[in-house]
Design a protein around this ligand. Structure first.
Ligand code: SD4
Length: 332
């Protein structure tokens, strides 16, 4: 059974409430672009998963003070990167098969400028390194040892990213698993992707992750790849992804969503169409969790996922809430 995505503006307004999606009362408002759909007033920030609530808060502070969407998304996702209890982003992210934490991140602004790092080790805030790549080099992406060297040259501090907790989890995984066949499941995906529109109406996005837990050494997912994990086109809108990166890359997920919005589709519908394309391109849908979120220039937002269980956090002056998305395959 499909459920619809609802925002409850009156209940959520300014209260900092986290509401489940299946809120049901007369003031429900459908954000799909129906007649009573409210276009959210800028500034707006949205981000993936429940950890997006705190990340949004940091981004929101920038936005209401007149900060740029770019500053907001960088500030926002840094909160998640620096949280040692988050198992999929920054410090405390789960390592690869061999116990090395390798981070992927990208950032994009309203001028089609973008920067990315992949397979970056020992640096807590890859998003800020990605921004430096964007602003201080002629390149878009630096990877591995070169990315780390660049970060150190720019004054970033070398940090141990494997915590006692993640080391223990990795050792436990090694005992129980064939190290050549890293598993993928819905629990080990928690990337943060964030999209913001500032007071000027400019869009930016950021995406950062430690990737697929226990991945093969050298593996890079969608999160640092512009057009896959994140895409921003200031004329149209922005989108970002979380979940199985390989599946997102195969359909150039975020850029497809922006193009679908350009054709006039509401962000939620565009995300749904991308999800359907992912399902269509995979014979085996087990472990195929992918979630997208998107925002258009008008201030409509939406998300959609392959499986149930995905949510995203929304913040503007009227809303501060967690929205469970619609999905195609029910895990329950
Ligand atoms: C990846 N897309 O590396 C990332 C992982 C992720 O929530 O999104 N986790 O494939």
């Amino acid at each position: 059974m499909k459920r619809r995505t609802f925002f409850n503006l009156s209940a959520a307004a300014g209260l900092g409430m986290i509401l489940p999606r299946s809120v049901s009362n007369a003031s429900e408002i459908n954000p799909r672009g129906d007649s009573d759909n409210p276009t959210l007033e800028k500034p707006i920030v949205i981000s993936t998963w429940e950890h997006g609530m705190v990340a949004n808060e940091a981004a929101w502070k920038q936005l209401i003070e007149g900060g740029s969407a770019l500053d907001a998304v960088e500030t926002g996702v840094r909160v998640t990167e620096s949280d040692p209890n988050n198992l999929s982003v920054g410090i405390g992210g789960l390592p690869d098969r061999d116990g090395n934490v390798t981070l992927d991140a990208c950032i994009m602004n309203h001028k089609h400028q973008c920067g990315a790092v992949a397979y970056l080790q020992d640096i807590e805030n890859p998003i800020s390194v990605a921004r430096k790549v964007m602003e201080e080099t002629p390149h878009v992406m630096l990877v591995g040892a070169g990315a780390k060297q660049f970060a150190l040259e720019k004054g970033f501090v070398e940090t141990e990213l494997l915590t006692h907790g993640t080391k223990r989890l990795w050792m436990k995984w090694q005992e129980g698993q064939n190290p050549d066949r890293p598993p993928i499941n819905h629990e080990n995906h928690d990337t943060i992707g964030m999209l913001a529109m500032d007071k000027e109406g400019n869009l930016s996005g950021a995406c950062t992750t430690s990737g697929w837990a226990y991945k093969l050494p050298g593996r890079v997912g969608d999160s640092p790849i512009i057009g896959a994990g994140l895409f921003v086109d200031n004329e149209v809108g922005a989108a970002c992804a979380t979940g199985l990166g390989e599946a997102v890359i195969r359909i150039a997920g975020s850029s497809i969503i922006v193009e679908l919005m350009r054709q006039g589709h509401h962000p939620e519908k565009a995300c749904e169409m991308a999800v359907k394309r992912i399902i269509k391109t995979h014979k085996d849908t087990s472990n195929l969790q992918v979630g997208f979120i998107a925002m258009n220039k008008k201030g409509d937002v939406g998300g959609y996922s392959v499986y149930s269980g995905f949510n995203y956090a929304v913040r503007n002056k009227d809303i501060n809430m967690l929205v469970n998305t619609e999905f195609d395959l029910d895990l329950n």
